[in-house]
Write a protein that binds this ligand. Sequence first.
Ligand code: ATP
Ligand code: MG
Length: 437
Amino acid sequence: MSEKEVAAKSERLTAVKGMNDVLPPDSAAVEWLEGRVRSLMARYAYRNIRTPIVERTPLFVRGLGEVTDIVEKEMYSFEDRLNGDPLTLRPEATAGVVRAVVEHSMLYDGGKRLYYMGPMFRHERPQRGRYRQFDQIGAEALGFSGAEVDAELILLAVALWKDLGLTDVRLELNSLGQPQERLLHRQALIAHFERHIDALDEDARRRLHSNPLRILDTKNPAMQAVVESAPRPLDYLGAASLAHFNALKTILDANDVAYTVNPRLVRGMDYYNLTVFEFTTDRLGSQGTVCAGGRYDYLVEQLGGKPAPAVGWALGVDRVLELVREQGLGAVEPTLDAYAIVPDVSALPLVLQTLQALRAAGVSVQMHASSGDGMGSMKSQFKRADSSGARYALIFGADEISKNRVTVKSLRDGSGAQATQALADIADWAPTLQLRT
Ligand code: ATP
Ligand code: MG
């Protein structure tokens, strides 16, 4: 082995920068959120879709637009080693969902309501609320053109915030109009920025003719004035687009959903038209957008399907959970009903058999297991039982076992009360161990 190889071998292997391990107990919070989302999606009749994490690169180039942050600089792209196919780790899921919907002709018998959860990959500068692998949860309604579905999706998100206990989330809305209107706005926008070319930064100048709308989305404070005075998409809406926007606002008003119209709100991807929206919070510093979405009526056709309207949103799991923590909510320690104390290894076959029956009856039990130097003393086993958080200890001592019984000792109510139970009657006493049924 060369010196270099030796060094490489002894070097500690670590996770890729910006890609985080989610360890217990933090992972419980993610599971908790996913559980709340599943239950809510079922009530809104949205069904789960699972698409691959790797897609062909042209899907994103065509779907998201060439002059977007994601396609220009954030994609993890590589060639398939065997056949050279250009592939990309998905930076977002809408393009993949639309690809799947088209590929499987899912709209042949009407619109579909879908949701997904899973990891996305973007090569960004890692910081609070911004990672290179991050989870998103998203909802998409395809095949529906009316503002009532825009409203349904927004109400679904609002219901989720309520369900999670979040209060400091604001809704911002805008309408980008239809392609013809966007074109007129775009011309006015280019003219405006050309008049103020000195006020534009390098990024904006580069985008001036390829994607001027995105200049409105700049995070450069020095450009705020030129952006503030720029023509607004709202001023270019025709009657039908205005009617769509007003219908949405009427439904939100009727449901007491507070919102502000933000005429500067545009979205990172090219595929949006009409409604765009974001849920933001002040509690997370500069990464304050927790959920974002809008209408994308032309994406299905652009990706090769029969024209079909669509609308959806995606939320950032990390940011939502940070907000949950920030508001002191969702402390979701998993609970354990019992801890099995096993003084002697000879009891193990019976212990495992008994625990199997208890778990089948719905009881959560952690088994004491040996750690190199045997099962350990009773004292150390009780210590483990205590720190496990279990409400009961199950003691499989020689005495108990000889009578086909187990001692159940209360660990949490201070009484230390204990009783021996017959192994033959598990079904009778198992329910008394359960915190939740
Ligand atoms: P930003 O302006 O913050 O970069 P974006 O417009 O790129 O956001 P979307 O593509 O709309 O974000 O993604 C929807 C949501 O996913 C965001 O509102 C955010 O909550 C979350 N998100 C986006 N990028 C990241 C990331 N790199 N790390 C963690 N969460 C992210
Ligand atoms: Mg981004």
